[in-house]
Design a protein around this ligand. Structure first.
Ligand code: 5GP
Length: 139
């Protein structure tokens, strides 16, 4: 399986399609999922090409994990969450739909199940949640 430069997250990284960025450093980029399964659902990706966990380098994984850690803690604060679900799907059989490595961060509240995948969120609500995350990252 090889990396396809035309995947949607590669286009986001190149600025060819818009995204709601919440954080970036030299190696990683974090932005809101437009079909959130919980309020504040965001994604962390490496800036360098990588299909999924199977071809990721240790450097890509460790850079992503550092950003996941930062975002997970910010999400706990921003959404007064009770916990975090971290998801990563590799290859179609593993549930992957976009073939650039990404980690899902889902803020969770006790007793509330994540919503179904594939449902477009309210863009104003997602934007407001991005602002909350950005504010919590700055604290
Ligand atoms: P996976 O490949 O792990 O199954 O999930 C891909 C994720 O990307 C889904 O949660 C989906 O909602 C999200 N997604 C798909 N297209 C876009 C897009 O154009 N922009 C953003 N921000 N997220 C997307």
């Amino acid at each position: 399986m090889s990396y396809d430069d035309d995947n949607i997250f590669a286009k986001i990284l190149r600025g060819e399609i818009p995204s709601m960025k919440v954080f970036e450093d030299g190696e990683t980029f974090a932005f809101m999922d437009i079909m959130p399964r919980s309020p504040g659902h965001c994604l962390v990706i490496p800036k360098t090409p990588c299909r999924n966990i199977l071809d990721a380098s240790p450097a890509q994984l460790s850079a992503c994990m550092a950003t996941v850690h930062k975002l997970a803690n910010a999400a706990m604060t921003a959404f007064e969450a009770d916990g975090i679900t971290l998801q990563q799907f590799s290859e179609e059989a593993g549930g992957q739909e976009v073939f650039h490595l990404h980690f899902h961060i889902l803020p969770r509240h006790a007793g509330v199940r994540p919503g179904p995948p594939g449902i477009q969120g309210d863009m104003d609500e997602i934007k407001a949640n991005a602002q909350k995350l950005i504010a919590a990252l700055g604290e």
